[in-house]
Design a protein around this ligand. Structure first.
Ligand code: ZN
Length: 489
């Protein structure tokens, strides 16, 4: 999509001109805070302990200082919400001072990595939340410093435009636009540009939800699925509160718990938790999924999602998740958890072509997984098939050339396994067939995306063998007879 589409889109943002609510307004209100405070020593005590644990670990620290470095700047963006939330809930000055120090230091950096990237999106989000949650603790010069920085960075990201802005399903796009949206909502009543930031973000999230699988999955694997899910859920909350727009009507959001429940290992632990295809670790590491499960459980009254979130909490999954503060806000203690024992043991995530089957829901069950779907899912493939001359990408590059591959987990061990995060990506590292020693189109590239596949197809068009899995649309394998193998395409 070109930038003009953002401007021309006929979005009916009904609430855009509405009277701005008082602060805090991002995720929290004074009434919600008062309500939450009453639960901290009861139903929410374990989740509050985690927020405090993370806030304490940040106290006295400065944000990472290498503002050119992506990894450091991503961490920098994540340092504010835990401390700011602990301040709002306790009134303890050390949390306020820690959050302020972090916020103001970050605003002194001349740039946030590339300014139009994942790191910039995370910094925008953290600073926007800090501005809103700490507003009455900032003096006028401090407010000006933060506001000017938000404007500068949001405009840089909007005008860039973000490098992933038209990859509707790519996790980066969601992180970047959540940051843009948060800045917009934080400054909506203060700067005229804020409305354009919100419009652009809204347009991107609607496209993402339109092209998302109805089954709640992502071809980028569970780890990057979590980046997307936690960003889109945060946007859905902002949109409902501040635009009066309900995005929970989209099936992808409703089905998010299925993607977790059916892929979770029978005897899961924090270190060994999930069977995934694509660039995913077997743990969620810094990306939940407790808060994702709590939000969707509460929204759709999904008792199994509530159960799994609680079990994960008990087993220490995602204890240091950088968005873990959201679990405290999103947990609904009135929903009774229910174990998944009555759910089907077979699950087909149709759009992305993933299947899991388990012998039971017990801890000693055998779990098998199989994948046979198009690169970015059937919806995206339908778009590609209808636009053969268009090179527009819809999905992200963290999938693998692994059609018809399988995995098996049994007796507490991996018997057949996916390589996990790999660069470059090879079919031969998967449990699937090679033809004359060669793998599938797009292999050998850093990112498994449409460009890599089209490039490979062009170099091997005369010598490819058609390969169709039971649920894939059509897939091609390089037969190895071309002058240049696909991996060098
Ligand atoms: Zn793989």
């Amino acid at each position: 999509m070109r930038r003009r589409d953002f401007c021309a889109g006929a979005l009916a943002l009904a609430g855009l001109k509405a009277l701005e609510p008082s602060r805090p307004r991002l995720f929290l209100t004074r009434a919600r805070l008062d309500h939450l405070k009453r639960k901290l020593s009861g139903s929410h005590s374990e989740l509050w302990k985690i927020v405090r644990e993370n806030a304490d670990s940040l106290l006295g620290r400065e944000p990472p200082s290498n503002y050119q470095n992506q990894g450091e700047m991503r961490s920098a963006g994540r340092g504010i919400p835990f401390q700011a939330l602990a301040w709002l809930l306790t009134g303890e000055a050390r949390y306020r001072d820690g959050a302020k120090r972090w916020l103001l230091r970050l605003c002194e950096y001349p740039r946030w990595e590339q300014n139009d990237s994942l790191a910039a999106g995370e910094c925008l989000f953290g600073v926007a939340v800090g501005y809103d949650w700490l507003y009455d603790q900032l003096d006028q010069p401090e407010r000006r410093l933060v506001r000017d920085k938000l404007v500068h960075q949001a405009e840089a990201l909007r005008n860039g435009p973000p490098v992933h802005h038209d990859l509707w399903l790519a996790n980066h796009n969601h992180v970047e636009h959540l940051g843009l949206a948060a800045a917009g909502f934080a400054l909506r009543d203060e700067v005229p540009q804020a409305e354009a930031w919100i419009r652009q973000a809204h347009s991107v999230f609607l496209k993402a939800l339109e092209f998302s699988s109805r089954d709640g999955g992502s071809t980028e694997g569970h780890q990057y699925w979590a980046y997307s899910a936690e960003s889109i859920l945060r946007y859905a909350e902002l949109a409902r509160d501040l635009l009066n727009e309900n995005l929970y009507r989209f099936e992808w959001l409703k089905s998010l718990p299925d993607f977790v429940l059916h892929s979770t290992l029978p005897d899961f632990s924090a270190a060994n938790c999930v069977m995934s295809f694509g660039d995913s670790h077997r743990a969620y590491e810094a990306h939940g999924p407790g808060h994702i499960l709590y939000r969707t459980a509460a929204e759709y009254r999904n008792r199994q999602a509530q159960w799994l979130a609680g079990e994960m909490l008990r087993r220490g999954v995602g204890r240091a998740a950088y968005c873990g503060w959201a679990s405290l806000l999103w947990y609904d203690e009135t929903l009774a958890p229910a174990p998944p024992s009555n759910l089907p043991t077979f699950w087909h995530c149709y759009d992305i072509g993933w299947i899991t089957s388990r012998s039971s829901w017990d801890a000693d069950a055998v779990l098998a997984g199989f994948k046979a779907g198009p690169m970015h899912g059937h919806k995206a493939q339908k778009y590609y098939d209808a636009h053969p001359a268009d090179t527009h990408e819809i999905g992200g590059g963290h999938g693998h050339p692994d059609v018809n591959s399988f995995q098996v987990y049994a007796y507490g061990k991996w018997l057949a396994i996916d390589p996990g995060y790999e660069r470059p990506k090879w079919t031969r590292n998967h449990n699937t067939v090679l033809v004359n020693g060669k793998g599938q189109l797009g292999e050998g590239q850093t990112w498994f995306d449409r460009k890599a596949v089209l490039q490979a197809r062009a170099t091997s068009a005369m010598s490819k063998a058609c390969f169709s899995g039971p649920t894939s649309s059509s897939w091609s394998m390089n037969s190895g007879r071309s002058d240049r193998p696909a991996s060098n395409g």
